[in-house]
Design a protein around this ligand. Structure first.
Ligand code: FES
Length: 205
């Protein structure tokens, strides 16, 4: 299904932020993913036409970066870090707990489309290892038990917006540093909450 008028207007607003149309490729791919849950063939065509590069060029970028998904994800993308700082702080137990709770292996999505699970490389929260992200909202200092409680909460509450600060307060432990600024914006799908491209969603906490 081709893009609706409002989405094309939003895409053009983003394109206008850049000196070259093609420079807007990455944020437009996130718009596409927020719309469908993955980068569809229709979105490849739309973006190609909008920024003036070939469909192959759009596809090559979309398929290179792991944050652009080729299949629809669950409502909550669980990205558990497996890199060195997390590994030495027992991320393996967190990974095993999440896998056991969800019944998912790497890159799998459950039939109800609630969770997608993935093991990922460093997510930049090494000082608060082990760390995970829910729809790219980071939680640090998780324990295996807290990771299960987090999954249970997501499954039962099904929050429309997940906010890092709220998740951290409820389920996190030691943080890498004090985040300082209160941030009530989060993500509502497997797309980072970017203020400037409109994928960030506000939540009162
Ligand atoms: S190694 Fe896990 S956040 Fe850096």
């Amino acid at each position: 299904m081709s893009w609706e008028k409002e989405l094309i207007e939003k895409a053009n607003e983003i394109i206008d932020l850049y000196p070259e149309k093609r420079s807007a490729l990455a944020p437009l791919l996130y718009l596409a993913q927020e719309r469908d849950g993955y980068i569809s063939d229709e979105s490849i065509v739309e973006i190609s036409n909008l920024v003036g590069i070939t469909e192959v060029q759009v596809k090559s970028v979309a398929s290179f970066y792991s944050m652009y998904k080729e299949e629809q994800t669950g409502k909550y993308l669980l990205s558990v870090c497996k890199s060195i700082s997390c590994e030495i702080n027992d991320s393996r137990s967190v990974i095993d707990s999440v896998k056991e709770f969800t019944g998912l292996e790497n890159y799998e999505t459950d039939v109800d489309k609630v969770f997608t699970f993935e093991e990922v490389e460093c997510i930049g929260a090494c000082g608060g290892a082990p760390a995970v992200q829910i729809n790219y909202e980071t939680v640090e200092g998780l324990t295996p038990q807290k990771s299960i409680e987090l999954c249970e909460w997501l499954k039962e509450e099904k929050p429309e917006v997940v906010v890092a600060e709220e998740l951290q307060n409820m389920f996190g432990g030691v943080k890498s540093f004090d985040w300082a600024i209160n941030d009530n914006t989060g993500s509502s799908y497997s797309v980072p909450g970017f203020q400037n491209i409109g994928t960030a969603k506000e939540k009162r906490i």
